[in-house]
Design a protein around this ligand. Structure first.
Ligand SMILES: *Cc1c(COP(=O)(O)O)cnc(C)c1O
Length: 344
């Protein structure tokens, strides 16, 4: 077998969810959009449901339909993109609840699926999705007459403790929902960690469950082991890989790994990343190819059979820093080609 193996520790994932849930009195939902941040929405969703999650969020209706098939009837599945043209049958048949983002979506929903549950999103300053204060003033009486299940908004700077934007959005959300008798939801992972004032009735953790920052105390959830195809000795002055981008300065042992940028291992990591052979750090050498990566294994005691790009010694945020990105993108870039193994 030469594909890399992505191991997902579902026990760690559900423990992270429970830890975030225990930070307040709100109901903790679970955000499993983008195939549970690349880890597999069916397996992740079932593990979370077993751990007690009753409410899930996905980005689009098709993801909701797949999740409903995995979870069966019972859990509430919210669709963050709302009710898009052509969605009515799937929303109805699969018992999915759209979060309506605009007057257009509200009209579409009430016409196509009268009496079918829905939520609403308000824009408190992020200017991405949801009804702005003026639109909300015009629409709220019609919307509230139909008893929305949940009203949400989303924080733009929740991972920045000191950002004034957080308190501004909190104040705007409070103003826009003052006096309403409807469950409210504002906090993603960062919002949960900010302060209990952000929790309201339902929290929406995503990245923290998957072991990413800003949840510093998260247990790591993913490891990625990549097989070695071949090892060779190179002499000082020999170059490795495309463009001769790396040249040996000492007699070196080079291993070639079976993974590359086609697997979501960003090409820009070429001169910055390392992998681990047990507890020996092996720098990536030369350019990352589509399906192959060269590493320097000179300091290992014997040729490794496989190495860890993600594991106990290197988490998603370390790799993200090396790539100039965020843990979310490391996770969602992970290849469909990897063999997936689930623990717990
Ligand atoms: C993705 C998302 C979340 C989860 O955010 P994390 O930072 O991963 O916890 C919550 N709410 C909305 C609206 C989202 O789009």
């Amino acid at each position: 077998m030469s594909t890399a193996t992505l191991t997902v520790d579902l026990g760690a994932l559900t423990a992270n969810w429970s830890a975030l849930a225990a930070m307040g009195r709100a109901e903790a939902a679970a955000v499993v959009k983008a195939d549970a941040y690349g880890l597999g929405a069916a397996r992740v969703g079932r593990a979370l449901a077993k751990a007690g999650a009753r409410t899930f969020f996905v980005a689009v209706t098709e993801e909701g339909a797949a999740l409903r098939q995995a979870l069966g009837p019972g859990p509430v599945i919210y669709i963050l993109s709302g009710h898009m043209a052509g969605d009515a049958d799937m929303l109805g048949d699969m018992d999915l609840t759209p979060i309506l983002n605009s007057l257009d979506q509200l009209i579409r929903h009430l016409e196509a699926l009268p009496g079918h549950p829905f939520g609403l999103q308000l824009d408190t300053g992020m200017h991405r999705l949801g009804m702005e204060p003026s639109e909300w003033t015009a629409v709220r009486d019609i919307a509230l007459a139909q008893s929305p299940q949940l009203i949400i908004s989303h924080l733009a700077c929740a991972d920045d403790l000191g950002a004034a934007m957080n308190t501004d959005q909190l104040a705007t959300f409070r103003q826009m929902t003052a006096g309403l008798d409807c469950p409210l939801s504002l906090a993603n992972t960062g919002g949960i960690l900010l302060d209990r004032a952000y929790h309201f009735d339902v929290t929406r953790p995503g990245i923290g469950m998957y072991g990413g920052m800003p949840f510093e105390k998260a247990r790591p959830v993913v490891s990625l082991d990549i097989p070695v195809i071949q090892c060779r000795d190179v002499a000082p002055g020999d170059a490795v890989g495309y463009g001769r981008a790396w040249t040996a300065r000492r007699p070196s042992r080079i291993a070639t790994l079976s993974a590359g940028y086609a697997d979501g291992i960003l090409r820009c990591l070429g001169d910055r990343a390392a992998v681990w052979a047990d507890d020996v750090r092996c720098p990536v050498v030369g350019r990352i190819s589509m399906d192959l990566i060269g590493i320097d294994v000179t300091d290992t005691s014997r040729d490794p059979k496989s190495v860890a790009l993600l594991g106990p010694l290197q988490g998603i945020d370390t790799l993200a820093d090396a790539a100039g990105t965020i843990g979310y993108e490391i996770l969602t870039s992970m290849s469909a080609r990897y063999t997936r193994r689930y623990l717990g």
